[in-house]
Design a protein around this ligand. Structure first.
Ligand SMILES: Cc1cc2nc3c(=O)[nH]c(=O)nc-3n(C[C@H](O)[C@H](O)[C@H](O)COP(=O)(O)OP(=O)(O)OC[C@H]3O[C@@H](n4cnc5c(N)ncnc54)[C@H](O)[C@@H]3O)c2cc1C
Length: 392
């Protein structure tokens, strides 16, 4: 594989750097860093990307995608994370949008895709239920036809950022008579519909991102159904492959590793910078080697996606390795911050005590435990890899 950039690619990299220099400002970073203004900041960031035409690189060009090559995608992601700019919200842009442009009607594409692009609709994902996580086909939330509407009853759980959401995409049961996967339907539900309540679930990092969403006789027009009734499992699976690919977080891990090296060069133990401690060097080298291997695997998956194949079961490998690396890095930051990382502070923007990265190290470590669970637990991804990649 030739890894040097062409003249056009270098020009593209300059263009990305110039854009980020203008668009990713300290003011925006501080908006996003506070719980109160996080939503406003995220939407403003997405507006800036959309104005540039770069909000949805993976979408088909006719719907607003960039048509970038996998190398351009790689350059953009590398530069973005190098300056610490955040990614986009995955639920609308990376999860439900591919389902809508892949399986939705023309009317649904016209209705929903532009509103995702201009961040008018904040989406959340209603898959998991109290009794259905890894075994998603066990889901019980029921939808019964009543004229031109479905009546939905049941509860979804662990619904990330549902407190901000305008819409939720849901898997619901429309038939219980046959194979479990055959009676599931994919619905798009307006969160303002009467009968929906959102109950917060506080997580171990002391923040509110998770929720329970309860449906009590909620009317959903049949026009909001994706594809055919009872065939939702097919659409749901394609979405999960996109979700797992984006969870790998390679460029973000690269940025964290770079930052960690800087910190290690300035932190001193017994008169010697920690960067010269052979134990730490060895741990960093382990993570770096894994990260390089993951990066090439991701490039291969991106190249096949760009060639129209869509992410396949390799997305499970990306998810497993990507989240293991994230957790190894979080552990290194915690070890570096030492006991200062134990100080509990409420707001994301609160100043750290001791090392200025201590509070964030703790928060990231705590929330990071979930990465090997969400998007399909790593144990289950290993089962998928064993069956479909290794043929066991
Ligand atoms: C932070 C966070 C955010 C989330 N956000 C969302 C969201 O926005 N929307 C949404 O729909 N869901 C969301 N989820 C839910 C997530 O997808 C589920 O938690 C996940 O699929 C696991 O399901 P479960 O929690 O029911 O655990 P279970 O399925 O009960 O699993 C419990 C344990 O058993 C193991 N296990 C289960 N089955 C097998 C098997 N066959 N082989 C080997 N081991 C197995 C699992 O690996 C796990 O360790 C989120 C979860 C978290 C933690």
């Amino acid at each position: 594989m030739d890894l040097s950039f062409s003249a056009e690619e270098l020009a593209f990299r300059d263009e990305v750097r110039a854009f980020l220099n203008d668009a990713w400002t300290e003011e925006l970073a501080s908006l996003m860093g506070s719980t109160e203004t996080f939503k406003e900041g995220q939407i403003e960031w997405q507006h800036r990307l959309n104005k540039q035409g770069w909000l949805a690189p993976d979408w088909p060009i006719e719907h607003g995608g960039t048509g970038w090559t996998s190398t351009q995608n790689f350059i953009y992601e590398t530069e973005r994370s190098a300056v610490g700019a955040p990614g986009t919200l995955p639920f609308g842009l990376k999860m439900v949008a591919p389902v809508i442009y892949g399986f939705g009607t023309e009317e649904q594409k016209q209705r929903f895709l532009p509103k995702i692009l201009n961040s008018e609709h904040w989406w959340c994902q209603g898959y998991s239920e109290p009794g259905a996580g890894s075994d998603l086909a066990a889901l019980q939330t029921k939808a019964e036809l009543d004229g031109d509407d479905y009546i939905v009853n049941g509860a979804k759980v662990w619904t990330t950022l549902a407190q901000y959401a305008d819409w939720i995409f849901c898997l619901v049961r429309t038939d219980s008579s046959g194979k479990r996967q055959d009676g599931i339907t994919f619905l798009l539900i307006d969160m303002n519909t009467p009968g929906i309540s959102v109950n917060p679930i506080d997580s171990i990092d002391n923040h509110h991102t998770l929720n329970e969403v309860v449906f009590d006789n909620v009317r959903v027009p049949v026009a909001n159904r994706i594809g055919e009734q009872d065939k939702g499992w097919t659409y749901a699976k394609s979405l999960l492959a996109h979700e797992r690919t984006s969870i790998a977080g390679v460029s973000e891990s690269k940025r964290k590793l770079r930052k960690l090296r800087e910190l290690l060069a300035t932190e001193v133990n017994g008169g010697v910078p920690l960067s010269q401690d052979t134990m730490i060097q060895s741990r960093i080298a382990d993570v770096e080697i894994e990260l390089m291997a993951l990066e090439y695997t991701e490039l291969r998956v991106l190249a096949s996606t760009a060639a129209g194949e869509g992410p396949g079961v390799e997305s499970s490998l990306l998810k497993i390795k990507g989240t293991e690396i994230q957790q190894a890095l979080q552990q290194l930051y915690m070890d570096l911050a030492g006991y200062y990382s134990g100080v509990i502070q409420g707001d994301m923007s609160a100043e750290s005590i001791g090392h200025d990265f201590g509070s964030e190290a703790r928060r990231a470590y705590m929330y990071g435990r979930a990465a090997t669970i969400y998007g399909g637990s790593n144990e289950v991804q290993k089962n998928i890899t064993a069956k479909y990649v290794l043929g066991l």
